[in-house]
Design a protein around this ligand. Structure first.
Ligand SMILES: Cc1cc2nc3c(=O)[nH]c(=O)nc-3n(C[C@H](O)[C@H](O)[C@H](O)COP(=O)(O)O)c2cc1C
Length: 352
């Protein structure tokens, strides 16, 4: 459990004050979703500068990649990233157990099993969302991982696959997997259509059914139930938190990361960040300098922070400078100064 300062911040609204009442927070209260190609360690470093308590997830790492590939490349992370969970993709209980063990040894706080990814590539490997059709196999995997590690083993899944429109399907899935010892379920509140839709369409087209996630919490009050899918605002987070234990945000947190700067105060009752966007950018520039010394180009880091100034005047130009690969040999400090410089009259005219 997190040990936090529980004093509500004076700026909190009455809803927020209710949320910051005297209790220990569920460690899954707020999290940023695992996202392939997005939530790598640089992204998580950036997100951690915005919120101390939000739980962060890695991209999915397959058991094959860990058992036969470059383990440090997949697993290395910075100590500042805690609490941080490793998401695994796989279905063989023995492989999952070996990889969970690796993750625990590497210092992760949780092992999460992906039962929600609909991509064809993942289906060919017989894992991801198609595992929802095999709850016994998922239960065996969870049991094997739980036997292998002392950290929590959790499952992220959908509410159904293909055109199944039955609440009983997801309820029974959770029932079976919970019987194997899983206590935390992260529910992306839409079906995965395994045929005919790309992964991107699968995050947009099947309808969201948040009500089903609320119902799961009512049916399994002892489990931690985290709602995911389509959440965008603080008010929506607050509404869901009144019904379930946690909320996970993916795209909105990535594209509008400044949203997270309020979370420690609003949802964890902690002191404000006392950093503005410019401070965060400066901290990222220092981080990019350190990364550059280790041979990592700054563009691999900066791509994750392009939403930092989103909605503010000059944001578009700032984003363009940080995405300009012609500047790749410049030190990040120089790029930052260029990005923050007021445009000249000629530049304004050219952009008009
Ligand atoms: C670019 C991208 C990559 C994703 N990769 C993964 C992944 O590796 N594992 C996973 O469980 N979900 C993955 N997802 C799904 C998200 O974790 C999340 O469930 C989904 O985006 C719905 O949440 P949102 O509406 O808040 O974005 C990915 C989503 C996006 C946008």
């Amino acid at each position: 459990m997190l040990a936090l300062s529980l004093a509500p911040h004076p700026s909190g609204s009455s809803v927020e004050r209710d949320l910051t009442s005297d209790r220990q927070w569920n460690p899954w209260r707020l999290s940023v979703a695992p996202m392939m190609d997005w939530t790598d360690r640089h992204c998580r470093h950036f997100h951690r500068l915005l919120s101390r308590h939000t739980r962060l997830y890695t991209e999915m790492v397959t058991t094959g990649a860990l058992l036969h590939g470059d383990v440090p490349r997949h697993l290395d992370f910075g100590p500042e990233e805690h609490p941080v969970a490793l998401q695994l993709g796989g279905s063989e209980p023995e492989d999952l157990a070996a990889c969970a063990k690796l993750g625990e040894r590497w210092g992760y706080d949780e092992i999460n099993l992906n039962c929600g990814c609909p991509s064809e590539r993942v289906q060919r490997g017989a894992f991801g969302a198609c595992l929802m059709a095999e709850p016994d196999l998922v239960a065996d995997g969870v049991k094997a991982m739980r036997d292998a590690v002392g950290i929590p083993v959790t499952v992220k899944h959908r509410i159904g696959i293909d055109r199944t429109e039955s609440y009983g399907f997801v309820r029974d899935f959770i029932g079976t997997v919970a019987a194997a010892g899983c206590e935390v379920f992260i529910v992306h509140a839409r079906n995965a259509w395994l045929k005919g839709l790309s992964p991107k369409e699968n995050r947009e087209l099947p309808p969201l059914r948040h009500e089903w996630v609320y119902r799961l919490k009512r049916d399994f009050p002892a489990l931690t139930i985290v709602l995911n899918g389509g959440v965008k605002t603080h008010d929506e987070i607050a509404t869901h938190l009144a019904q379930v234990d946690g909320v996970m945000l993916g795209r909105e947190a990535y594209h509008h990361p400044w949203l997270m700067a309020d979370w420690d105060v609003r949802f964890f009752g902690d002191a404000p960040l006392e950093r503005d966007r410019a401070d965060i950018e400066a901290a990222m520039v220092r981080y990019m300098e350190l990364q550059r010394l280790q041979g990592e180009p700054w563009s691999r880091v900066s791509r994750h922070m392009l939403g930092l100034w989103s909605g503010m005047s000059g944001a578009r130009r700032w984003r363009q400078v940080w995405s300009d690969h012609r500047l790749k040999n410049e030190p990040p400090e120089v790029v930052s100064a260029l990005a923050r410089r007021r445009p000249t009259v000629d530049e304004v005219a050219a952009a008009a």
